[in-house]
Design a protein around this ligand. Structure first.
Ligand code: OSB
Ligand code: MG
Length: 361
């Protein structure tokens, strides 16, 4: 039986980016149940298409109207991808089903997902993504984050941002690895402003231009010293290949739920490795379900930069999973049980469910 639930869990603090402010995590969780086996996956979409064009409604529509017809729990993920390729786009909808298959398959084999995915380090290096706030408030959060041991600090920037925040951070913390994420907030007219970021010695500038503008990123990359990281632009293996061939990218933020799942993520990681492009695993404020997939992938030996996979407490007072991740020395270990290794706290989960239905009997 395949079903979905939509849950709404309040964030401990509003998360502000150039495209909006999130107060809750509104997540689509898929559950596959057969006998004793329960497998899960989480879509990376939100209620509105502000980050990419897909949203929670289009994910359910795609699964219900098209993808469930080709889904079978017997499929290996790559086989599902072959069948799903007939339907254009909608990689977030495809991705959540593909990831469900990885949980099903690895649970069937009795193996933890991070090992089922290939060569694992047994831990993931962790960075933190800090939402926009006042300079004082962000400095306080950064100070706490440095103390907690995060291996990279990412701040959000937007058009018209004053450089005071980055100046203040650098004045206070001379050496820590800092990155800036623009979430597509700039255009080709802003290169002069973006060049000013070079003075802050950022590890990279993430997604400055609209996601379609691969060429624009290639042009910007020639103008500035700061390495360019792509997030939203990388929607598939093909768009990763395109960005690499156009020399538009130094670093790729992989979110498996954005690129159509874990197999595509692994393929992008291979491609990146061949071309000396660095990769790290991003996040979308996921619950403990999506987080476990991300931590498992981030443990892969091909991942060579800290990711946005903070421990659960940074996002929620209470998460929907019984198990939560803990960070030690800026690292998080994936769970050792079969599959994603986490279980749902049903009492809490049911309490914050806002809709749900059976998709396949
Ligand atoms: O651009 O990486 C992003 C959150 C929501 C949407 C987009 C992004 C983010 C984050 C948070 O930066 C990463 C996380 O901690 O999950
Ligand atoms: Mg980003």
């Amino acid at each position: 039986m395949l079903s979905y639930s939509k849950i709404s869990n309040p964030l401990v603090k509003p998360f502000k980016t150039s495209f909006g402010t999130q107060l809750t995590r509104d997540a689509i969780i898929l559950t596959y149940q057969e006998g004793e086996t329960r497998a899960f996956a989480e879509a990376v979409t939100e209620e509105a298409p502000l980050y990419g064009y897909e949203d929670n409604f289009t994910v359910i529509h795609m699964i219900n109207s098209h993808l469930k017809g080709i889904f079978s729990p017997e499929l290996e993920p790559y086989k599902f991808n072959e069948k799903a390729a007939a339907y254009r786009g909608h990689n977030m909808a495809k991705g959540v089903l593909e990831m469900l298959l990885w949980d099903i398959n690895s649970k069937r084999e009795g193996k933890p997902l991070h090992k089922f995915l290939g060569k694992s380090k047994g831990y993931a290096d962790v960075g933190v993504s800090i939402g926009m706030s006042t300079v004082e408030d962000e400095l306080k959060t950064i100070e706490q984050s440095v103390k907690l041991g995060y291996r990279r600090i990412k701040v959000k920037i937007e058009k018209g941002f004053n450089l005071a925040l980055l100046k203040a951070i650098r004045d206070r913390f001379e050496d820590i690895p800092i990155s800036a994420d623009a979430n597509q907030g700039f255009t080709r007219d802003d290169f002069r402003l973006l060049k000013k970021l070079d003075q802050f010695n950022l590890v990279y500038l993430e997604q400055p231009l609209p996601l379609e503008d691969i060429n624009g990123h290639a042009l910007l990359r020639k103008e500035i010293k700061t390495p360019i990281c792509l997030d939203e632009s990388i929607e598939s293996v093909e768009s990763a290949t395109n960005a690499i061939e156009r020399e538009a990218v130094d670093v790729i933020n992989i979110k498996p739920g954005r690129v159509g799942g874990l197999q595509n993520s692994l393929d992008i990681m291979e491609k990146a490795k061949e071309n000396d492009i660095k990769v790290w695993i991003g996040g979308m404020l996921e619950t403990g379900i999506g987080r476990s997939f991300n931590v498992s992938l981030a443990s892969n030996t091909m991942v060579n930069m800290p990711g946005d996979t903070s421990p659960n407490f940074r996002y929620f007072k209470k998460d929907i999973t019984n198990e939560t991740f803990e960070m030690r020395d800026g690292r998080i270990s994936p769970y050792k049980g079969p599959g994603i290794g986490v279980t749902l706290d049903y009492e809490f989960f049911n309490g914050i469910q806002v809709e749900g239905a059976r998709l396949i009997d």
